[in-house]
Design a protein around this ligand. Structure first.
Ligand code: FEO
Ligand code: CA
Ligand code: CA
Ligand code: CA
Length: 589
């Protein structure tokens, strides 16, 4: 009632301590359950997993490898459709005696291709708890596997352009499969957006053009040599095929027959993911990062407005609008940014910024680039526009409570001390940082913003770290922020990818209030197994469950000599787990 103080949303659980244990470690009073593992049947006709007799046919019906983004579409309170990206494969852990390169067999290559993409699986709540399990009986009619062979549409202004036409697709409007899908987001109309990230590694024999160089498309055979079994991966024969990857893909979980759409309007780069917020007038805004050292932050603003309940209309929103890239300007004198993380005299790394328009669906704003060229060679257009070079933008996620936008800048070992600036204040940046953007007027469609850096990661005893001014004797270490999400109260959850190599302990999932007097009080909620990265954190709408995807457990081992035996005590298997409070309390208590 009136006058009663709002309950504090501050997390109060006791932090998990840094460790190198080969398990998922959760706080006291919490429990966990493995929902789905690499090889588990997804389609009802899928065979049981047999790692010693794996086939491409079986893999195309089973849960894929290296889980990254996790999304949940709830059908009702107790049933849901779990979407999981399968970013890439660790063949050294999938196949006995894997020789690699030219020694890889054609069947191994086809299995790896089928282990990429994504899975959609039906899950159900156990009792009334925060525990969920895989549905393993019945029709499972929504279940779906998407692989490197799934038919997809190219949509938006670049679809059909000469840059996208190939021998297999002379119209430039259809493509098979998606590659290296890393992070993602969900839309207000209930679809998943998934980002094609390091797609360049799958192509061989790239012609030595400036465009290919800017995207890391190289000459010579590719590492996995897929070009041996599917010629389109040989760019000397099909130079445009690589133009058909590097997009945000929209997937409709409610229609198993729907054709996934690559939305060219959102640009082509090493897309980490895309996260959507509605502007005040109902237009759709998608925030996106290009995960490369010295690459950029982007946003898309739709031309048309979201219409509640009008799914068919909403499924067209990402095809028309404007694509922007960010420029950030610090408000402290450049001489006060020493590259070692010392705060400037005004006490904060902060400043102003603008969203520079690159193109609309009908008009390019970059000299020398047409609309389709901006959307296919987006990095080169953004170079021309004078965007700010960032320390590897990973998840870019707006808070559903405040609308402020958070950017995980995972690290940048190549930034020289003299290249440090206020938005990227350390050089080299070994541990990464988190940026906070406040759009002018709180409107997601604004073209100007202010920003600050609330978190400079590392060991809190290291002077170059900063936890929003909070007492550093009361916070936990964190390195290499990657995926972001929020709980119902607007606390920022941050998972990491790189802590073993920088702080010498396993990666994990942390939570930090970003508003009020506990802003900066970072706690560790979970750690993942040996050599795994912590992906996909997602908190259920009822605040009772955390979904977490330990990716590449034991990545430095081999099939014969595994360095992780999670989760079964046998070969490591990338999996998705759920974590809940034993007493039924909200997550974070
Ligand atoms: Fe696949 Fe940017 O991490
Ligand atoms: Ca400042
Ligand atoms: Ca990532
Ligand atoms: Ca990463």
């Amino acid at each position: 009632g009136p006058g009663r103080p709002k309950p504090s949303p501050r997390p109060t659980f006791r932090s998990v301590l840094p460790n190198s244990d080969d398990r998922v470690t959760v706080p006291e009073n919490y429990e966990q359950h493995v929902i789905v593992r690499w090889g588990d049947p997804v389609l009802p006709d899928a065979p049981e997993f047999d790692v010693h007799h794996q086939t491409a046919w079986a893999q195309s019906r089973q849960f894929g490898y290296n889980c990254d983004y996790v999304g949940l579409y709830q059908l009702d309170d107790n049933r849901g459709l779990l979407w999981v990206n399968h970013e890439y494969t660790n063949e050294n852990l999938m196949f006995a005696g894997y020789g690699g390169g030219a020694a890889a067999t054609e069947e191994q290559i086809r299995i790896a291709m089928a282990a990429h993409g994504g899975s959609l699986v039906e899950i159900e709540r156990v009792g009334r708890s925060g525990r969920w399990r895989l549905v393993t009986e019945g029709p499972r009619s929504h279940n779906r596997r998407i692989t490197t062979d799934t038919r997809m549409r190219l949509t938006g202004p670049a679809a059909g352009d000469a840059l996208l036409r190939t021998a297999e697709d002379p119209a430039g409007t259809e493509v098979r499969g998606m590659l290296n899908n890393c992070s993602g987001g969900t839309t207000p109309w209930g679809t998943f957006l998934t980002g094609e990230e390091n797609f360049n590694q799958y192509f061989g024999h790239a012609p030595g053009t400036a465009e290919n160089a800017r995207y890391g498309l190289a000459g010579g055979a590719s590492g996995r040599q897929w070009e041996r079994v599917d010629e389109r991966f040989d760019l000397s024969k099909h130079p445009n095929e690589a133009h058909r990857f590097g997009y945000i893909v929209e997937i409709d979980p409610l229609d198993p027959g729907s054709v996934p759409a690559k939305r060219t309007m959102l640009g082509r780069f090493k897309h980490e993911g895309a996260n959507v917020r509605l502007a005040e007038d109902g237009r759709v805004v998608a925030y996106m990062g290009d995960d490369e050292r010295f690459d950029y932050l982007y946003k898309f603003v739709s031309r048309d407005r979201y219409r509640e309940g009008s799914r068919r209309h909403n499924l067209t929103l990402l095809d028309t609008g404007t694509l922007y890239v960010a420029r950030l300007i610090g408000n402290s004198p450049a001489g006060e940014i020493d590259g070692g993380g010392a705060l400037p005299a005004d006490g904060e790394f902060d400043g102003t910024g603008e969203w520079i328009p690159l193109t609309s669906d009908t008009e390019s704003f970059v000299e020398g680039f047409g609309v389709a060229e901006v959307l296919v060679h987006t990095r080169l257009a953004a170079d021309r526009a004078g965007a700010t070079k960032m320390d590897r933008p990973e998840d870019v996620e707006p808070s559903p409570v405040t609308g402020k936008v958070y950017v995980a800048l995972t690290n940048n070992s190549a930034r020289e001390p003299g290249q440090a600036d206020e938005p990227n204040p350390r050089g080299p940046n070994k541990y990464g940082h988190v940026l906070e953007i406040s759009e002018n007027g709180g409107d997601a469609a604004a073209t100007a913003f202010t920003w600050s850096v609330p978190l400079v990661c590392g060991d809190p005893e290291d002077d170059s770290t900063y936890y929003a001014g909070f007492d550093k004797s009361k916070v936990m270490p964190i390195s290499s922020p990657d995926n972001l999400t929020f709980d119902r109260d607007g606390n920022l959850w941050i998972s990491t990818d790189g802590q073993p190599g920088t702080l010498g302990s396993n990666d994990g999932l942390h939570v930090m209030p970003v508003e009020g007097r506990f802003r900066g009080e970072l706690r560790t909620f979970a750690t993942v197994p040996v050599e795994a990265e912590a992906c996909g954190p997602l908190i259920s709408q009822d605040n009772k469950t955390v979904f977490l995807a330990p990716q590449h457990p034991g990545e430095d081992g081999t099939f014969e000599s595994p360095t992780s035996r999670w989760p079964d005590g046998d070969l490591p298997r990338p999996s998705v787990v759920c974590i809940w409070h034993k007493g039924g309390a909200d997550i974070g208590r």
